[in-house]
Design a protein around this ligand. Structure first.
Ligand code: GLP
Length: 241
């Protein structure tokens, strides 16, 4: 694992943008795995800026988002679908038919999960997977548990995740209790994983993920075994490394 230590959230976001832009320069038809949350927001702003100023080209790229809440329509302002359009897709030239999300409204979640895996495989797999990390070291919505989930699946969110994500909703009661998420196996198959962490509330999760025992109770710890991971931390998130 390569670790890039930066001082601030701003610098972390710039380093991440350089890596993703670099991926697109070298391979314009890259398959990107993208993430939501507050952590990648400024990275996405940087990518939009690079598109506008130097013509960073997304026209051949494809993206698969990590996860989506169950029960929210794509129009719902709290959906990850909405988040991604607002923060990135509405502002760059990525083809709409190259943008994929797990469908949180699917009646048959198992079938949807299989279809999502099949779509990723048909696109040739993920070249670069962007990840944030939850306070309990979840990645995507792979919560701490008994086993690493292999593929895309429906998950029940932990209380701590519901509380952490409540800041995006009017109240914790409005946060969906379930989500569809790529599995740890799906993430692990990406050829390069870029993990971002910012802020003191992530420091323990980062330490446990990078230096702790590899265990499903720390989902991100599996990344220690991946051959090509770049972790970018700001000062506060990297403080315990
Ligand atoms: C959510 C998302 C994750 C994200 C995590 C951290 O639970 N499913 O993909 O990494 O929250 O979010 P934030 O960046 O807002 O701290």
């Amino acid at each position: 694992m390569r670790i890039i230590f930066t001082d601030t959230y701003k610098k972390m976001s710039e380093e991440a943008a350089k890596i993703i832009a670099g991926q697109l320069w070298v391979k314009p038809d890259s398959v990107l795995g993208l993430a939501t949350g507050s952590t990648p927001v400024e990275l996405y702003q940087n990518l939009v800026w690079l598109y506008q100023t130097v013509g960073l080209d997304f026209s051949q790229a494809t993206s698969f988002n990590l996860d989506e809440y169950v029960g929210l329509t794509v129009e719902d302002p709290q959906s990850y679908h909405h988040f991604m359009y607002e923060n990135l897709f509405d502002h760059v030239n990525m083809r709409r038919d190259h943008i994929f999300f797990p469908n949180g409204m699917a009646e048959d979640a198992e079938r949807e999960a299989e279809d999502y895996e099949a779509r990723i495989a048909a696109a040739g797999g993920i070249d670069m997977q962007l990840l944030g990390i939850g306070r309990n070291a979840h990645i995507g919505f792979n919560e701490p548990g008994e086993a690493f989930a292999k593929a895309t699946h429906k998950v029940a969110l932990k209380e701590s995740t519901i509380e952490a994500n409540a800041r995006f909703f009017a109240s914790a009661a409005e946060v969906p209790r379930e989500a569809m998420s790529m599995g740890i196996g799906t993430i692990f198959h990406a050829r390069h994983i870029v993990l971002l962490a910012s802020g003191a509330e992530k420091a323990e999760a980062v330490r446990d993920a990078v230096e702790g025992t590899i265990t499903p109770s720390v989902p991100a710890s599996i990344l220690q075994l991946h051959p090509n991971v770049t972790l970018i931390v700001d000062h506060a998130a990297g403080a315990l490394l």
